[in-house]
Write a protein that binds this ligand. Structure first.
Ligand SMILES: NC(=O)c1ccc[n+]([C@@H]2O[C@H](COP(=O)([O-])OP(=O)(O)OC[C@H]3O[C@@H](n4cnc5c(N)ncnc54)[C@H](OP(=O)(O)O)[C@@H]3O)[C@@H](O)[C@H]2O)c1
Length: 293
C-alpha cells in the first residue's frame, strides 16, 4: 500500500502510476478533491478515480510518500507524524534540500527515504494531470528499515527506473547544483533552459558550480567542479525547450523553492565557513521578486 500526500502534479503522477500497475494506494489530499482525474500522456488519456482517504486514519502499512514542495515537507511531517505507524517508511520526494536532521528528529523511529525524480508532470486543471516526460528516480535511505530490499522492490513499480544509492546525499547535492544554476538564471532572465547554453552565461555557471564544489568538498562529498559544470550543461541541453519550475513560479507569482535551492547553499556555506557570493546574490534577487507578489 502506498499513501500519497497531496493532489499535486507528482502526487497525481504517483496515483496514476499505482492505478496503472494495479497497486494499492490511497491519497490524502486537501479540498478540492475531484472524484475523477484525467491523466494525459503523449499518446493516451486515461481517467482514474483516486482512492481518497481521510487524513485522520492511522497508516500502518506500505510507504508514506510526501511528493511536495520542499517548504511543505516539514509542516506535513508535523501534521501527519502521529498517524504514521512507527515502522512505516516515510519518503520525501522533492527538489531542493530540507533539514534532514530535523526530519529524523521529528520522525523519531520511522525509516526515512529521500528521493528525487526527473519525471515531468503538471496540472492544467484541478482534475487534469499532464505527464510530460518519463524520467529516472534516484533514492536512498536516511534511516534504514528492517527490510530495505522489500520496500525498494515495492517502490520500483511506481516510478521506474529507480536507482538506490548508499551516498544519496552526494546525489542530492549534485542535483542541487543543477537547480542552483538553471532555476534562478532562467527565472531572472525570463528564458527557457536551453538559452543558458549561450556563452554569456558560462562564467556564472562556472562560478555557481565552483562555490558548490567548495562546499561539497568541505562536507566531505566527492565531486569536481568539472563534473558539476558538465552535468549542468548536459541538463540544459536535454531540457532546452522547458521552462524551469522557478521560472514558471515567478511568472505565475507563486512561491518558489528558492529557500531550499540557492538559499540552502547559502545557509550551509555560512555553517561551514565557505563563501557562496554568487549563489547568495541569486538567492536575494529571487527573494526580492517574491516579496513583491
Ligand atoms: N512537477 C514536476 O514535473 C516535477 C519534476 C521533478 C521534481 N519535482 C519536484 O517535486 C516536488 C513536488 O512538485 P509538484 O509539481 O508535484 O508540486 P505541486 O503540484 O505544488 O504539489 C504539491 C501538492 O501537495 C499539496 N500539499 C502540500 N502540503 C500538503 C498537506 N500537508 N496535506 C495535503 N496536501 C498537501 C499541495 O496543495 P496546495 O496547492 O493546497 O498547497 C499541492 O497540491 C517539488 O519539490 C518539485 O520541485 C516536480
Amino acid at each position: 500500500m502506498f499513501t500519497i500526500v497531496g493532489n499535486g502534479a507528482i502526487g497525481n503522477l504517483l496515483a496514476f502510476q499505482c492505478d496503472n500497475a494495479n497497486l494499492d494506494y490511497r491519497v490524502i489530499a486537501r479540498l478540492p478533491r475531484p472524484s475523477k482525474l484525467n491523466c494525459k500522456t503523449n499518446n493516451s488519456h486515461i481517467v482514474i478515480k483516486p482512492n481518497y482517504q481521510s487524513s485522520q486514519s492511522m497508516i500502518n502499512d506500505g510507504i508514506f510518500i510526501l511528493p511536495l514542495k520542499a517548504y511543505q515537507i516539514m509542516p506535513a511531517i508535523e501534521q501527519f507524524k502521529s498517524l504514521i505507524g512507527p515502522d512505516v517508511p516515510v519518503m520525501l520526494l522533492h527538489n531542493g534540500m530540507v533539514n534532514h536532521d530535523l526530519i529524523l528528529q521529528h520522525l523519531d523511529s520511522n525509516p526515512v527515504i529521500v528521493a528525487t525524480t526527473s519525471y515531468g508532470a503538471f496540472k492544467s486543471q484541478t482534475d487534469t494531470l499532464n505527464v510530460t516526460g518519463m524520467g529516472i528516480t534516484q533514492a536512498g535511505w536516511l534511516r534504514d528499515s528492517d527490510d530495505n530490499i522489500y520496500y525498494q522492490g515495492l517502490f520500483e513499480n511506481v516510478l521506474p527506473p529507480c536507482s538506490w544509492h548508499k551516498n544519496i546525499l552526494e546525489i542530492l547535492w549534485r542535483k542541487l547544483a543543477v537547480n542552483c544554476v538553471i532555476n534562478p538564471l532562467t527565472a531572472l532572465h525570463n528564458i527557457k533552459n536551453g538559452e543558458l547554453a549561450a556563452a554569456e552565461y558560462r562564467s556564472q555557471i562556472t562560478e555557481i558550480t565552483l562555490e558548490i564544489t567548495n562546499l561539497m568538498t568541505e562536507l566531505r562529498l566527492s565531486v569536481t567542479q568539472k563534473e558539476l559544470f558538465e552535468n549542468c550543461m548536459l541538463v540544459i541541453e536535454k531540457t532546452a525547450s522547458n521552462y524551469s519550475s522557478m521560472h514558471q513560479d515567478i511568472q505565475k507569482r507563486r512561491r518558489t523553492e528558492n529557500e531550499n535551492i540557492s538559499g540552502y547553499v547559502v545557509s550551509q556555506g555560512e555553517v561551514v565557513g565557505i563563501p557562496t557570493p554568487l549563489n547568495e546574490h541569486l538567492y536575494q534577487q529571487i527573494k526580492k521578486i517574491e516579496t513583491h507578489f
